[in-house]
Design a protein around this ligand. Structure first.
Ligand code: OSB
Ligand code: MG
Length: 368
């Protein structure tokens, strides 16, 4: 298949509720969408880079630059038969995993449509439904957090993650434990602590969180291994894991007892499959994270989780954040906390043209 044309767009979707983490508040979702055109078929890829480098160094601007000037030209350079072939070509560019993932995942969508199979099928997934989980941002106070978690549990979510930061950790987990004694929450710090906070983090053990996600520096592995020796709660890494090689090292040194896999953070599905297989071989629990994606990006996460072994992660209903989904049929969470894996070709849903146009801030056409 020869890629004939690539569209790059920036989209902006107003958010119904702000999403607050230890690194900032999001009130509007801005992201890049890559559309590949080949032989009358299209493939979509949502980029998880934010407009601000508060989570990881990439931004919407760096991703647009690297896609336009380096990655898309590599996609034009020769025909592709499999997405893995494109992934191998993109490896010549160092870093920029989010930019690479948007292009590589669009190639997976394109190839799945060419073959008339779902993304899940092309990836080797077998589940027809996946478990939904939810990530709850920092709230006004502990009472508001408890109410919010109650609301999400009532909506059927099978796993709840809450955001923490210094000063908003012990009391929050205590309040949750008091109200929901059986609930094992995931506590995500987004790198808000240092190893000097080890004693404070050890005090969180008392509230029996399921795991502590990325407590230390966004690029660290070794301090996390040191922290793991000083707390009982298992550590799950997010930001620090941007390749399968890094995941292997983190497991080897005892820095990651659990792995959060975001395909958009590791360069795409080829690397995601390697991480999935690695975790299965090492017996390390694995779940799929989220990046407040639109329905398009959420669907990629849904298809990935059709593979065996994924525990409930961050895949919640896109309408928690956005008034209308960009895809039809929309991504829906059932009352018992499940999401159907679409069976149609590619992502298995249509990107609705008028909604896409309304959300588009700018659009650029790239040709060989
Ligand atoms: O650290 O997991 C994170 C969202 C944006 C950036 C970082 C993270 C998150 C989430 C997932 O917590 C939220 C979601 O996708 O619903
Ligand atoms: Mg996280």
């Amino acid at each position: 298949m020869r890629i004939e044309r690539v569209e790059l767009r920036e989209l902006a979707l107003p958010m119904r509720q702000p999403f607050e983490t230890s690194f900032g508040v999001a009130r509007e979702k801005r992201f890049l969408l890559v559309t590949l055109h080949a032989g009358g078929l299209t493939g979509f890829g949502e980029c998880v880079a934010d407009h601000h480098p508060g989570y990881l160094p990439e931004t919407l601007g760096t991703a647009a630059h690297v896609l336009r000037d380096f990655l898309v030209p590599l996609a034009f350079a020769a025909p592709i038969t499999t997405p893995q072939e494109l992934a191998a070509r993109l490896a010549r560019v160092r870093g920029h995993e989010m930019a690479k993932a948007a292009l590589e995942m669009a190639a997976w969508d394109l190839c799945a449509r060419r073959d008339g199979v779902s993304l899940a099928r092309l990836l080797g997934g077998t589940r027809e439904r996946i478990a939904a989980g939810v990530s709850v941002g920092l709230q006004r106070d502990d009472a508001a957090l408890v109410d919010k978690v109650a609301e999400e549990l009532a909506a059927g979510y099978q796993r709840v993650k809450v955001k923490i930061k210094p000063g908003r950790d012990e009391s929050a987990l205590r309040a949750l434990k008091r109200r929901f004694p059986e609930l094992r929450v995931v506590a995500d710090a987004n790198s808000a602590y240092t190893l000097a906070d080890a004693e404070r983090l050890a005090r969180l053990d008392a509230f029996e969180p399921a795991m502590l996600e990325q407590p230390l520096h966004w690029d660290d592995v070794l301090d996390h291994a040191a922290l793991a020796k000083r707390i009982r709660t298992p550590i799950c890494l997010d930001e620090s894991l941007r390749s399968a090689a890094r995941v292997a090292q983190a497991i080897d040194v005892g820095a990651a007892a659990v792995v959060n896999l975001k395909p958009g953070r590791v360069g795409g599905f080829t690397e995601s499959l390697a991480i999935h297989d690695l975790c299965a071989a090492r017996g390390v629990p694995l779940w799929c994270g989220g990046m407040v994606e639109s329905g398009i990006g959420r669907l990629f996460n849904v298809h990935l989780q059709a593979l065996p072994g994924f525990e409930p992660g961050d895949t919640s209903d896109p309408r928690r954040y956005f008034d209308e989904d960009l895809v039809d049929p929309p991504v829906v969470v059932s009352a018992d906390g499940l999401i159907d894996v679409p069976a149609g070709p590619g992502i298995g849903a249509t990107v609705v043209g008028p909604r896409l146009e309304r959300a588009t801030r700018w659009r650029e056409e790239l040709t060989p």
